[in-house]
Structure formats: C-alpha cells, structure tokens
Design a protein. Structure first.
Length: 102
C-alpha cells in the first residue's frame, strides 16, 4: 500500500469529526481489517499532562469515534500504553483526559 498524507484546516468545534475526514481521505479501511483485533497505541510521554507530548484526548476521540462509526467492533479495539519509569498508564489516562473517550 502506498503511503498517503492528508491535511485539513480544523476548528475546535469540528476537530473530532475532522479526524474521521482525515482517516477516510487516506482510505484507512484498506489497511485496517474489521475482522481482526486492532491495537490503538496511545502516546503517554509523561504521567502529568504536557500538551504536545502525549496523544490529545480529541485525537483519541476522533480515531475511536471514526472506527466505531465505520463499523469496527468495540470489543476488538484495544487502546494500549506501556508503563515506564516516568509514566503510569492509569494515572496518565486520567490526567490526559482519555478515560471519558475510552
């Protein structure tokens, strides 16, 4: 599959839906089969919230919402993050506002 890049201008009120638009522009469904488990690797650089260092909640929300809207099975989507010396995934998920999204 050939790599693709998509760019959109967004606004706070449309950013979640714009992630779906981006994903569909690059035809993500051609790379991610619906009949297989999907690991969604979150980026938690620090347990404490630092903008631009971790996956933003609206990014995670946009990706998960798009997957679900497009028929992916919630039971087959596994958001993951690893524990390191500077991160605790449970505390980080709370501090980075991921819990309402996941």
């Amino acid at each position: 599959m050939k790599s693709q890049v998509a760019v959109l201008r967004t606004r706070p009120e449309s950013v979640v839906e714009d992630y779906g638009r981006l994903m569909r522009l690059v035809k993500y469904e051609q790379a991610l089969a619906r009949d297989r488990d999907l690991v969604l690797k979150l980026n938690l650089s620090w347990t404490k919230y630092f903008p631009a260092c971790s996956s933003q909640p609206w990014q995670v929300d946009g990706v998960v919402k798009t997957l679900l809207d497009d028929g992916y099975d919630r039971r087959r989507i596994f958001p993951v993050e690893n524990k390191t010396v500077v991160t605790d995934p449970v505390t980080g998920a709370r501090n980075n506002k991921w819990l309402p999204v996941l």
